[in-house]
Design a binder for this molecule. Structure first.
Ligand SMILES: NC(=O)c1ccc[n+]([C@@H]2O[C@H](COP(=O)([O-])OP(=O)(O)OC[C@H]3O[C@@H](n4cnc5c(N)ncnc54)[C@H](OP(=O)(O)O)[C@@H]3O)[C@@H](O)[C@H]2O)c1
Length: 212
């Protein structure tokens, strides 16, 4: 289910917005700056960060390719993706296509394997830090093409986060972004909620309802 939030928010919707959309706007606007016409690939397009990233990249005017499994193709199309790659059928790192930005929201690709799928000035974004990513970031930080970038959105200063959040809210109010809520759990269902998150298969967000 896609919940389009406009001017009124439930607590559940507001909680969902504070994770995927906030993180992905940071990556697509600040860590790199997506501009109209760029080709952007979102790996993990059905997850929390990914479902927000597809919508945000479209909002910034990019041509968007979402990567997900067969079951999520229609969901990712409904988010606005121009093209969808089913990762159970095709490996985007082995295709002849190239992208200006590859944002691997779930850390399932490797920066090494992904290099050939990047244009010469392309950028690889990851919200998950690993040793190979760190080494590649160091190697390309001063000179070198096909840079890799990591950021921890939660480490940003509160005023900067507020500014990003207010931009997210404006985009939501304009109808260009919605929080994708997969399941809701009561507070005493927190362990079941964690079990679902740990499967790595949730769609969008899982929320806990604190009050009845
Ligand atoms: N750096 C930061 O600031 C920051 C902030 C927030 C989160 N994070 C991190 O970002 C990561 C992503 O978080 P998230 O909540 O967005 O993840 P998530 O929602 O749990 O991701 C689940 C999604 O990933 C898809 N998926 C699983 N295997 C895949 C594969 N091989 N290829 C493509 N898609 C695949 C699943 O779809 P299928 O079931 O269809 O496979 C599912 O929809 C987490 O590691 C989190 O800790 C970092």
């Amino acid at each position: 289910m896609i919940t389009k939030i406009r001017t009124r928010y439930s607590c559940e919707e507001a909680a969902a917005v504070s994770d995927g959309p906030l993180t992905s706007i940071h990556f697509l606007k600040d860590v790199t700056s997506v501009v109209p016409g760029q080709r952007v690939l979102i790996n993990g397009a059905s997850g929390s960060l990914g479902s927000a990233a597809v919508q945000l990249a479209k909002h910034f005017g990019a041509h968007v390719t979402g990567v997900c499994s067969t079951a999520d193709i229609e969901v990712v199309k409904s988010l606005g993706a121009d093209e969808v790659i089913d990762y159970t059928q095709q490996d985007f790192t082995r295709m002849s296509e190239q992208w200006d930005v590859i944002y691997d929201t779930v850390g399932k690709s490797s920066v090494g394997r992904t290099k050939r799928a990047l244009t010469s000035e392309g950028v690889y974004l990851s919200p998950i830090l690993s040793l190979p990513l760190l080494l590649h970031m160091m190697a390309t930080s001063i000179r070198g093409r096909k840079k890799a970038k990591f950021a921890a959105t939660g480490m940003k200063a509160i005023p900067e986060l507020r500014e990003l959040l207010s931009e997210v809210v404006q985009i939501i109010n304009g109808g260009k972004l919605g929080a994708h809520i997969d399941r809701r759990f009561p507070l005493d269902g927190v362990s079941r909620a964690h079990e679902l998150v740990d499967t790595g298969r949730k769609r969008g967000n899982i929320v806990l309802a604190i009050s009845p």
